[in-house]
Design a protein around this ligand. Structure first.
Ligand code: AHM
Ligand code: MG
Length: 322
């Protein structure tokens, strides 16, 4: 028989001392929202939701209509859950907070509602990424929001591709579910995903090569010498999903234009770093482990390198020598 994501979460949570129902109810908010997003994406070309919304988000990027819809879907589905203390989104300058006691409002959910926006209009994979933290028992909410990635209690993503796949971890391995359109449920399809120790691809926007710091070009030349091939979709979720399944390495190094990196620490790098480590891979900002970075702001950027153990260890060795 099938196992739905809901059943899986409940089973995983049985070992937890606290009521598991709260956590699975919380995650059901995410699965519901992502099903709403997926339905909108599937018919995007027919229903006039492609294209720009006409506003810019906090990053100064053009918001697409689907960015706005995806954000509203998540805010709506999660905001109704009593256990949510704050919602942090790429699309909102400030966290959305709820007046709930420390006892009830126990979780902070951080998300990128629709990642890879530049690919929406051309029918290429996009995704949703989420990260969950537990609220600290004392201190203000801001301190709970700005915890390092090592403190995540769950993380995951949904990739909207030829099929819609949800991948999540609660620190007990990485598990993947495929949306069965016939029954409208995410069904277990990839149990205990392990990233191969070494893979055939590197994935990077090579148009930026001239402005990378020392080390990066040399590292990739080394991989080419080893016979690697290149893949770059430009949707982080899709590039990451391939890296988990096939192995290899994804890089978004610092550039002259963005010396602090392009990708966002809280809702892009941290959740994927948690998943990568849980699948046997590694993630780094070029000098250290991504998950150990102490965030200073919710929209903070970071250089981000993630992938198989072999490629990441070679990367660290090359960077130590520059
Ligand atoms: P977005 O959150 O505005 O969609 O931007 C993030 C995206 C990632 O999905 C992807 O890895 C990266 O930007 C691609 O950037 P570039 O076009 O500079 O290669
Ligand atoms: Mg994004």
């Amino acid at each position: 028989m099938i196992t739905t994501v809901q059943q899986h979460i409940l089973e995983q949570q049985q070992d937890f001392s606290e009521a598991s129902g709260t956590f699975s109810w919380l995650l059901s908010g995410i699965t519901l929202a992502t099903k709403m997003i997926e339905a909108k994406i599937r018919s995007a070309g027919l229903t006039g939701v492609l294209g720009a919304y006409g506003s810019e988000n906090v990053q100064g990027e053009q918001q697409q209509k689907l960015d706005v819809y995806a954000n509203q879907a998540l805010l709506h589905c999660l905001g109704l859950r009593d256990s949510v203390a704050a919602l942090v989104s790429e699309e909102d300058e400030e966290p959305v907070t709820f007046d709930r006691s420390v006892k009830t409002g126990k979780y902070i959910i951080i998300f990128d509602p629709l990642d890879g926006s530049s690919n929406i209009d051309v029918n290429v994979n996009v995704g949703t990424i989420f990260s969950i933290h537990k609220r600290l028992q004392d201190g203000d909410l801001n301190a709970s929001i700005l915890q390092p990635g090592t403190r995540q209690v769950a993380a995951g993503y949904v990739v909207y591709g030829p099929s819609t796949v949800l991948v999540y971890t609660t620190g007990e391995g990485v598990h993947g579910f495929t949306l069965d359109p016939a029954i409208g449920a995410f069904v277990l399809s990839h149990e205990n995903m392990r990233m191969p120790d070494r893979g055939p691809y590197y994935s990077v926007n090579e148009a930026n090569a001239a402005s990378w710091p020392d080390g990066y070009a040399e590292y990739l030349a080394e991989l080419r010498g080893e016979g690697y091939s290149s893949r770059y979709i430009g949707s982080l979720v899709a590039d990451f999903h391939r890296t988990v399944l096939k192995g290899g390495v994804f890089l978004y190094p610092p550039t002259r234009k963005q010396p602090g990196g392009k990708l966002r620490l809280l809702y892009e790098a941290n959740p994927l770093a948690f998943l990568a480590e849980q699948a046997g891979g590694m993630a780094s900002n070029g000098t250290g482990r991504t998950l150990e970075i102490q965030p200073a702001g919710i929209h903070q950027r970071t250089p981000f390198m993630v992938g198989s153990r072999w490629e990441m260890e070679r990367f660290q060795a090359v960077m130590r020598e520059v």
